[in-house]
Ligand binder design. Structure first.
Ligand SMILES: Cc1cn([C@H]2C[C@H](O)[C@@H](COP(=O)(O)OP(=O)(O)O[C@H]3O[C@@H](C)[C@H](O)[C@@H](O)[C@H]3O)O2)c(=O)[nH]c1=O
Length: 364
């Protein structure tokens, strides 16, 4: 048997928001729990991990949670040794001192650049590509998450889908719509609130703190909760990672954003509306449409139109939001069924952690 790559180092630089750390933390936890790896997670901004994992103390240079060794990535890190596998998340650039330790190792580590998720087909072409370091005896591999077996999969814990199914079976039926609203403050939240206020069906909207709540407060007076026509709008605390999953599972419609909550909404197998993270020169719109092409391919024409219109309106395009949202709600049963099939299909592929473990093992 080839030597098991036991020691893994994951480096995460927090750009903004929670996506980078959410993904790295999730991956680290899973490598420990499901693959028996020893993982050190190096994070430059520990305060951003705290909301996802309240057990940690951001003032500590080294600590452990869920079996993961969490290290503060300060200016110059002192790593006694390099790991067998080194994950550089989202091209965060490894510290020079660490790179030198890697280069000096007798058995060179498997060095991975974990990339952002995109449904664009070029990502499948670039998945697994090697990039030799210009001066050091090291090779970096590009690892792309993705929606097909040609890419590196999506983060999905073992047992996640069965836990979700069990949980959803216990959720009692109700007359109103349960909605979770996780978005950026650039989303047309005022238009959504107006649409919900005027809908025939009552709704309860759960709003996490930060940008979603700030966006709501631009349109409603005081700190909330609010009764706004037919809609009850409720601020909620930021939930630890696994509690947030359960919110997605129990909601009828999830507004999600960025990358990690976007993936979690797909595992929830409920209708969701994605606000994509904005990029320069509108690069994100190409990414949005690449996802819509794949995701809607298995839907009927009317549902696909409703999903396309709502995603486009929510990301600042035409048509008008109130109309797109009504259309989306009208089709939500059929959209939910399509989501189920989409989720089953994705769930039959290797998850990202498994794909990564196998990929690295093959590079030894
Ligand atoms: C609302 C909420 C979110 N979360 C988690 C789910 C996710 O792991 C995380 C949010 O991450 P995302 O959904 O990816 O959205 P985000 O906007 O916070 O992160 C973004 O950061 C940018 C820098 C990246 O380029 C984007 O791709 C994206 O990842 O927060 C909770 O744990 N509890 C909560 O209550």
């Amino acid at each position: 048997m080839a030597a098991m790559q036991l020691h893994w180092d994951i480096f995460c630089r927090v750009i903004d928001n929670y996506g980078d750390i959410g993904i790295c933390w999730r991956l680290a936890r899973q490598l420990v729990a499901e693959h028996g790896r020893h993982v050190r997670l190096w994070v430059d901004d520990l305060a951003s991990l705290r909301p996802l994992c309240p057990a940690i103390d951001p003032s500590l240079g080294a600590q452990s949670a869920h079996g993961v060794e969490i290290r503060h990535w300060a200016q110059d890190i002192a790593a006694e040794r390099s790991a067998d596998v080194v994950i550089e998340a989202f091209a965060c650039e490894l510290p020079n001192s660490y790179l030198r330790t890697m280069a000096a190792a007798t058995r060179k580590p498997c060095w991975i650049n974990l990339e952002y998720l995109t449904a664009e087909s070029w990502a499948e072409d670039c998945h697994g590509m090697a990039s030799p370091h210009p001066t050091l005896p090291l090779t970096k591999y590009f690892f792309f998450p993705g929606f097909t077996t040609k890419a590196g999969g999506l983060l999905r814990e073992a047992g996640l889908l069965s836990d979700r199914e069990r949980y959803q079976k216990q959720t009692p039926p109700r007359d109103h719509l349960e909605i979770s609203l996780f978005c950026y403050d650039t989303a047309p939240v005022g238009d959504l609130l107006a649409a919900l206020a005027n809908m025939a069906q009552p709704s309860v909207v759960h709003v996490p703190p930060g940008k979603p709540l700030a966006a709501v407060m631009q349109h409603l007076p005081g700190p909330g909760p609010w009764q706004h026509g037919k809609a009850r709008i409720e601020p909620i605390p930021f939930l630890p990672l696994d509690d947030y999953d359960r919110l997605l599972w129990q909601s009828d419609i999830n507004f999600i954003r960025g990358e990690d909550s976007f993936v979690r909404a797909q595992w929830a197998a409920k209708p969701f509306i994605w606000q994509i993270y904005q990029q320069d020169e509108d690069a994100h719109l190409v990414k949005l449409s690449a996802f819509l092409d794949r995701y809607c391919a298995g839907m009927g024409g009317e549902q696909a139109q409703a999903v396309n219109d709502m995603f486009t309106a929510w990301n600042g395009g035409e048509p008008e939001l109130a109309q797109a949202f009504q259309h989306f709600v009208d089709h939500r049963q059929a959209i939910a069924e399509a989501n189920h099939a989409w989720c089953e299909d994705l769930g039959s592929q290797d998850d990202l952690a498994t794909a990564l473990v196998n990929f690295c093992a093959a590079k030894v």
